[in-house]
Ligand binder design. Structure first.
Ligand code: ARG
Length: 467
């Protein structure tokens, strides 16, 4: 915020040579948070209204003053919402901008609002309310992403694709099962948000500067008015604590990591070489030079957002590290990290939800790839165990020879003749061909949590009940 501010005074003779403006202008610039904390205006006004109502209820201020304060705050709220409020950097932050305007509007009664309160508990209230709302919003957005996945999983509960380990073809799975893996991941993110909301849900108001206050305040009343479950228990911790912000950033970082893995798969799947999916025009871009191209920019940007969100987490952890109790001004650096992370995680979830809903699945390509790379080799080994009675280790060896034979012949396992197979192990009979197809392979994976279409439908039903 280099704009506005006080006029340059003479610069400091010891170190001010390179400073165009005097030290007090620099002080104002480093000290002010209004440039970003004005985002908290609604929470700040709500906190002040709850505080004033409680002060009047407890007889700490008069009922007339409370009415004036409440009306003044309502006016300020509509001024800010209407874009006519003039924020001043000289007034440092949202709290003092609102209070100063209140004084202009209602006169001396405004000065009674800050009784039994400090900016230290005030900012903690504002920020908790903001983070709580944002956590709720992120939770709802994740629910939307999960719902999108459930629909795709339902459509493709039996669509066979290659399952990978090391990004090498491993065993056939269904696309529905793969979708449901992401449902589990985003489901955990969602439950982490719920846990964090429950922990955050205590009101800091009335902790005052750090020690509490001699006025007969009712913290339960303000907590209830602001929608918190209860007041915090320790006034020192209350003004020192930014765990709720750190938790939000941690959850956002984990969710961003999940989104980046999905984004990476979308990038890979949408290459012509894979061709598993086609992104909708709405979520891809063209190239300015290569007319044939359709680029997965949204997925790439979702993948990249992880960088700044992880960065915000590390930034705030580092700000908080080693801070003595209670409040220190360092903590003012909490907001921009959280604001930026919230904006970007929500954008990433929204973009991903759109991509998942809109993308076209190429089931033929998936199925063809699922059969490549001898992906049913494990099925052959399992058949030898089950039908021939071989120990698994021996079955593994026999299957390895079958893979080598198929490789030499240039076919897949199902392309070997019965004579080819009998030459490898005499007890193999024609029934083996039933397990060599990818459909048979996925259908056989009926263990709980496995990829069989029936199992996938069970997972979907479980989630639908809980969403
Ligand atoms: N702008 C400050 C912040 O964001 C508000 C609290 C200031 N408290 C104080 N004692 N200077 O943290």
């Amino acid at each position: 915020m280099a704009d506005g501010g006080s006029e340059p005074k003479s610069s400091n003779t010891m170190w001010g040579g390179r400073f165009a403006s005097g030290p007090d202008a620099i002080m104002e610039e480093i000290n002010a948070s209004i440039g970003f904390d004005k985002k908290l205006f609604a929470q700040d006004i709500a906190g002040s209204k709850a505080h004033a109502a409680m002060l009047a209820h407890q007889g700490i201020i008069s009922a007339e003053d409370e009415v004036k304060i409440a009306h003044g705050l309502d006016t300020i709220l509509s001024e800010i919402e209407g874009g006519t409020f003039e924020f001043s950097r000289r007034l440092e932050d949202i709290h003092m901008n609102v209070e100063s305007r209140l004084a202009t509007l209602i006169g001396p009664a405004a000065g009674r609002l800050h009784t039994a309160r400090s900016r230290n508990d005030q900012v903690a209230v504002d920020f908790r309310l903001w983070v709580k709302a944002e956590m709720g919003k992120a939770e709802r957005m994740l629910t939307g992403l999960i719902a999108a996945f459930l629909d795709r999983a339902e459509e493709h509960a039996a669509t066979v694709m290659p399952g990978f380990t090391h990004l090498q073809t491993a065993q056939p799975v269904t696309f529905g099962h793969h979708c449901m893996a992401y449902v589990e991941m985003f489901g955990r993110d969602r439950s982490r948000l719920r846990d964090a909301i429950a922990r955050l849900d205590e009101s800091p108001l009335g902790a005052a500067a750090l020690a509490g206050t001699p006025y007969p305040i009712d913290r339960h009343m303000t907590a209830a008015a602001l929608g918190f479950r209860e007041p915090t228990r320790n006034s020192i911790d209350t003004v020192s604590d930014r765990d709720f912000a750190l938790e939000f950033l941690s959850i956002a970082a984990i969710a961003a990591t999940h989104l980046s893995r999905l984004a990476e798969e979308i990038v890979i799947w949408s290459t012509p070489q894979f061709g598993f999916i086609r992104l909708s025009d709405a979520f891809s871009t063209g190239s300015s030079i290569m007319p044939q191209k359709k680029n997965p920019d949204a997925a790439e940007l979702v993948r990249a957002k992880t960088g700044r969100i992880n960065g915000s987490l590390i930034a705030l952890l580092t700000v908080m590290k080693g801070l003595p109790l209670a409040y220190s001004k360092d903590m003012q650096e909490d907001k921009e990290q959280v604001f930026d992370a919230a904006e970007n995680i929500e954008l990433a979830i929204a973009a991903m939800t759109g991509m998942v809903r809109d993308m076209t699945i190429n089931a033929d390509r998936m199925k063809a790839a699922a059969g490549a790379g001898f992906s049913t080799a494990t099925d052959l080994a399992d058949w030898l165990v089950r039908e021939v009675g071989l120990p698994f280790r021996d079955a593994h060896h026999v299957t390895g020879r079958a893979v080598a034979a198929a490789e030499a012949k240039g076919c897949d396992l199902a392309g070997l003749t019965l004579d080819d197979l009998k030459a490898i192990h005499g007890a193999i009979d024609a029934r083996v061909y039933d397990v060599l197809t990818v459909e048979a392979s996925v259908a056989s994976r009926t263990s709980f949590g496995g990829t069989s279409p029936a199992g996938v439908r069970n997972q979907i039903a479980w989630w639908r009940e809980r969403l």
